[in-house]
Every structure is written in C-alpha cells, then in structure tokens.
Design a protein around this ligand. Structure first.
Ligand code: UTP
Length: 289
C-alpha cells in the first residue's frame, strides 16, 4: 500500500522556546522567511504525500491560517500583489495553499506525541502513514521521509528515523537496541528494544530516534493500548512501539526497523538548533549573497 498521508505533530507546548512560544507556535517561527513547519510540508510533498493532517491546539491557529487561509483574510494582500504586479510573490503565496490536501485536528491537552497521533485517527483508514514531528528538519539530497518510505516499501514494517548521537546526550532521546544482523545494509537496523530518554550509563547504543516515522495500522492499534513509560505520564509513540514489540510471535511477527537518515538534521524546537538551521539555510540561499 502506498503512503499518501502524513501526520504533522504541532500541538506541543514548546517550553524550550519560551517566552516567544507564549503566543507564537514554535512551528511557525521563520527560518529566514518560511515557517519551520513549511519545510516539513515540502519534505512530505516531495516524498509523494498528498494529504497532511496537522495536530494542533487552540493556540496554534496560526498554522491553519497560513496553510488554509480564509479568502477574506488574505484578499487585501492578494489584491495588492496583483495591483503592484508582484506576480511571482502572488504565485508563491497561492501555491502554499495547494501543496497538499490539509486537515486539522485539535489535541485538547498536551498529553504526549503518542496521544497526539491517536487524535488523528479519524483521518486514517487501514493504511500506513508517515509521522513528522513539527520541529525536526533535515537538509538532505533525498527527502528524509522519502528515505523511510523506500525502506517501508521493501520491509513492510514500521520504520523509525535514526541519528547517531554522542552517548552523553542520550537523556534527550529515545534510544534503540539494534539486533545484530549482518544481512542488512550498514545504515539499517532491526530493532530489538527501545528506551525513552535513558541516562547515559543505561543507554543501549548511540542510535537515537528522531521525529520521522512510518507507522502501520498494527502499530497504531498497539499505541491505543499503551501506557506511558515515563514519569511525566505523557503517552509517546515510543511507548506504542515498546508495546508492539512485546507482542511479537513467530505466527504474527512484529518487527520494527530503524534507518539512519542521510542528511543534516536540525532540532528547531531548541534555541541553538533553530539558530543553526537559520544560518545553514541562509548560506544556501543565492538571493542572500
Ligand atoms: P517536543 O517534546 O519537541 O515538544 O515534541 P514540545 O512539548 O512542544 O516542546 P518542549 O520540549 O516543551 O520545548 C515533539 C513533537 O510532538 C509534538 C510537538 O508539537 C513536537 O512537534 N507534540 C508533543 C504534540 O503534538 N503533542 C504533545 O502532547 C506533545
């Protein structure tokens, strides 16, 4: 089954980026002149995604107003661009609305990324879906989600995006234990277990989970039956994966693979990560030289 839908999570509170996130969603902070979340939409679209479900909350209507503005709210701007013959600018802002078919769903309380994914249930039929966290951006030759979709098409298991990290940073990530298997290419791992934000001394590897996934319906169902594994009681996608692997049997194998994504990753939900992304993308822009 082809992957045509993506869920973009953007209902978190963004506490690492206070005070600006008091009123502006971190996903709408501009990297030069485009909100972070547009980089993700473009990544998804370049990976063949046709429908995007944004999980937002009531203070994130900025996102809806940007991708699906009411005609009346954008009329004055469009009229002015027409009048002043700024045709390229007009085309550019109109194209944003047509990048994909957009849906919006509200997560009433920030109960974790896993809970946020479950909020999108009504938009998902019995099909695999791509998940993108709203603050994890890659600059890569092949779009990050496209790299995961390619592996999904071969393996037909859930696929997790991975990045090698310095083990001292384990506490910030979910970490996988890779199964030793010589048959897989060097950047692909069969996952035997996962742990959320371990202390460095308990970290099973240096392979950290990033905010890009392909999930299947079986995994979605396991997530529905899962409980939080962390002190903060938030339900994370990782909890669903832990539960999914627990129910692996010979008759009904539950496997998850992880792919080290090729490219440069920026955690734009972090102040330094955001600045690095800004300078990186600015250097690549010919109009800023
Ligand atoms: P983060 O842990 O980066 O998000 O979640 P956060 O809670 O917004 O940020 P901090 O840590 O307080 O600064 C990863 C992704 O999951 C979404 C976030 O919007 C982000 O894109 N998320 C997280 C939700 O949609 N709902 C949640 O309940 C939690």
């Amino acid at each position: 089954m082809q992957i045509k839908k993506a869920i973009i999570l953007a209902a978190g509170l963004g506490t690492r980026f206070l005070p600006i996130t008091k009123s502006i969603p971190k996903e709408m902070l501009p990297i030069i002149d485009k909100p972070c979340i547009q980089y993700l939409v473009e990544e998804a679209v370049a990976s063949g995604i046709k429908e995007i479900i944004f999980v937002i909350n009531d203070s994130k209507l900025f996102i809806k107003n940007y991708f699906s503005p009411e005609k009346k709210d954008i009329k004055e701007l469009k009229d002015r661009l027409k009048k002043t013959k700024k045709t390229a600018e007009l085309k550019m802002i109109e194209s944003i609305e047509h990048l994909a078919k957009f849906h919006y769903i509200t997560q009433k309380e920030a109960l974790g990324d896993g809970h946020a994914i479950l909020c999108a249930k009504k938009f998902i039929n019995n099909e695999p879906v791509a998940i993108l966290f709203g603050d994890d951006i890659y600059d890569s030759k092949t779009p990050a989600i496209s790299q995961l979709i390619k592996q999904y098409e071969k393996l037909k298991t859930p696929i997790i995006g991975l990045q090698k990290i310095d083990k001292k940073d384990s506490k910030k990530y979910g970490i996988i234990t890779p199964e030793k298997s010589s048959k897989l290419p060097r950047n692909l791992y069969k996952i035997s277990s996962l742990v959320e934000k371990p202390e460095t001394k308990f970290s099973p590897s240096n392979l950290a989970i990033v905010g890009k996934y392909i999930i299947t319906q079986e995994l979605f169902r396991a997530l529905e039956k899962s409980k939080s594994s962390t002190k903060d009681k938030e339900l994370r996608l990782v909890d669903g994966m832990i539960n999914y692997l627990k129910t692996d049997t010979i008759k009904n194998p539950h496997q998850i693979h992880g792919l080290e994504i090729e490219g440069t990753r920026f955690d734009t939900g972090d102040k330094l990560g955001f600045l690095k992304a800004t300078t990186h993308f600015a250097k690549k822009r010919s109009d800023l030289k």
